[in-house]
Design a protein. Structure first.
Ligand code: OSB
Ligand code: MG
Length: 397
C-alpha cells in the first residue's frame, strides 16, 4: 500500500466537499437488552451523542460519538465531547474559510490535542453527507485504498463481547445463547478474580469455539497474582488477550508478552497508526483492535489498516455498543481484507430491543455490509424520537 492510494481519498479535487447549513447534536439514551459489565463499570443504558449534518443542498449525514457519559474507558466523555465540538472543533472548521470535507477535518483539527472521539464523530458525519451526495457507500469509498486486486467482503463474520456475569451459571447461559445464534467468536470480559474460572468453564462447556478475553486495563505487571492469572490463561488456547494493562503501560505489555504464549491485542493503548506501529515494534502487541472512534476517525483507521496489510499484523474491528448508525460504518471498515479476525460487530438485538436504524441481523454467523450511499442505512425517526433526551442546533455564523 503506497501513500498515494490513500491520497486518492484526499483533497486534490475534493468530490466530498460540502457546505453545512446546520449541525444537530442529539443526545440519546437507549436501554440495553441486558446490563453490560466490564472491569471499569456497568452500563444499563447506552447514552450517546449523535451528529446530524445538513448541507445547503439538503443532504443529511449522520454519525455517532462513541464517548460514554463517564470518562472510564478513556478520558473522553459525552458532555466533554459536546463541549469540545461546540466550542472548539466546529468553530475551527467554520473559521477555516474552506468548504467542509471529511478528508480535511483531521488536518484542520490537528492543533487541538486529543478529543479523538469527538473529532471522529465530526469527520464521520461529514463523510456520510459527502458520500450520500455522490451516491457512494462507505465500503466502496474505503475500498479505494486497497492494493490492486484486493476487495472488501460483502458479509462480515460476527463476534460478540460478553460482560462480566453475576455467576458462572449466568455466564454459561449467556454464552450458550450467543453460540446458538451463530456468533463465530466469543469475547469474555475479565478482571482480577473473574478470569481463570470463567474461561475454564466456557472452554469446558463449548469446546473448540474461538475464544478471547478483554481486561480493559484491569491488571498490573507489578502484582504477582495478576501476572499469574494471565499466565494461567495460556492453557485455554485463547485467540488473544486484549488490553491486560493500563493504556500507557507499553513497557509493562512488553514484559508481560515475555511470560505469555497467548498473543496480546491492544485496544485502549492505540490512538493512532503511529501508536500501533510503535507498540508492535516494541513487542507490546501482536494484534490490534481497531475502533475508528478511538483513533480519531475512519481516515486514520484506514491508514492503520494500510500499515497492517503491509506488515501482516492482524486486525479486528472493535465496538462501543454503537447503535445502527455507528455499527453501519464499522461494518464497512471490518469488510476490508486486513480485518482477519471476527470483530465486535454484533447484531442489533444483542444490544437493543429497538435500534435507531433498520436492524442488523446475524445470518450464518455474519452480518451483511450496507451497500447504500453513505453509511447505507436510514435513521428511523420514530425510534430516534423515542430515545432523544436533548437536541442542540449549531449553525455556522
Ligand atoms: O473494550 O472493547 C471494549 C464496549 C464499551 C467500551 C469498551 C469496549 C466495549 C466492548 C463492546 O467490548 C463491544 C461491542 O460494541 O459489542
Ligand atoms: Mg476492549
Amino acid at each position: 500500500m503506497s501513500a498515494s492510494t490513500l491520497e486518492r481519498l484526499d483533497l486534490a479535487e475534493d468530490p466530498l466537499a460540502l457546505t453545512p447549513s446546520r449541525i444537530d447534536l442529539v443526545e440519546v439514551g437507549l436501554p440495553l437488552v441486558r446490563p453490560f459489565r466490564t472491569s471499569f463499570g456497568t452500563s444499563t443504558t447506552r447514552a450517546a451523542l449523535l451528529l446530524r449534518v445538513e448541507t445547503a443542498d439538503g443532504v443529511v449525514g449522520w454519525s455517532e460519538c462513541a464517548a460514554d457519559p463517564e470518562p472510564l474507558y478513556s478520558e473522553e466523555y459525552l458532555a466533554g465531547a459536546e463541549h469540545v465540538l461546540l466550542e472548539h472543533l466546529l468553530p475551527r472548521l467554520a473559521a477555516s474559510g474552506r468548504r467542509w470535507s471529511a478528508g480535511g477535518v483531521a488536518d484542520l483539527l490537528a492543533p487541538i490535542a486529543g478529543h479523538r472521539m469527538a473529532k471522529a464523530a465530526l469527520e464521520t458525519a461529514l463523510l456520510d453527507a459527502g458520500l450520500r451526495a455522490i451516491g457512494r457507500s462507505f465500503v466502496d469509498h474505503f475500498a479505494q485504498t486497497l492494493p490492486a486486486g484486493a476487495t472488501p467482503q460483502a458479509r462480515v463474520p460476527a463476534g460478540v463481547s460478553v460482560g462480566i456475569a453475576d455467576s458462572l451459571d449466568a455466564l454459561l447461559a449467556e454464552v450458550a445463547e450467543y453460540v446458538d445464534r451463530g456468533y463465530v467468536r466469543i469475547k469474555l470480559k475479565i478482571e482480577p478474580g473473574w478470569d481463570v474460572d470463567p474461561v475454564r468453564e466456557v472452554r469446558r462447556s463449548f469446546g473448540d469455539i474461538a475464544l478471547q478475553v478483554d481486561a480493559n486495563a484491569a491488571y498490573r505487571i507489578d502484582v504477582a497474582e495478576h501476572v499469574a492469572a494471565l499466565v494461567a490463561l495460556d492453557e485455554f488456547d485463547l485467540l488473544l488477550v486484549e488490553q491486560p494493562l493500563a493504556a500507557e503501560d507499553l513497557a509493562g505489555h512488553v514484559a508481560l508478552a515475555r511470560h505469555l504464549a497467548t498473543p496480546i491485542c491492544l485496544d485502549e493503548s492505540v490512538r493512532s497508526v503511529r501508536d500501533a506501529r510503535g507498540a508492535v515494534e516494541l513487542g507490546a502487541c501482536h494484534i490490534v483492535n481497531v475502533k475508528p472512534a478511538r483513533v480519531g476517525g475512519y481516515l486514520e483507521a484506514l491508514h492503520l489498516h494500510a500499515w497492517a496489510l503491509g506488515s501482516g499484523v492482524p486486525l479486528w474491528c472493535g465496538g462501543m455498543l454503537e447503535t445502527g448508525i455507528g455499527r453501519a460504518a464499522n461494518l464497512a471498515l471490518a469488510a476490508l481484507p486486513g480485518f482477519t479476525l471476527p470483530g465486535d460487530v454484533s447484531a442489533s438485538d444483542r444490544y437493543y430491543a429497538r435500534d435507531l436504524t433498520t436492524p442488523f441481523e446475524l445470518n450464518g454467523g455474519a452480518i451483511a455490509v450496507p451497500t447504500g450511499a453513505g453509511i447505507g442505512v436510514a435513521v428511523d425517526d420514530d425510534a430516534l424520537a423515542a430515545v432523544t433526551r436533548r437536541r442542540h442546533t449549531w449553525t455556522p455564523s
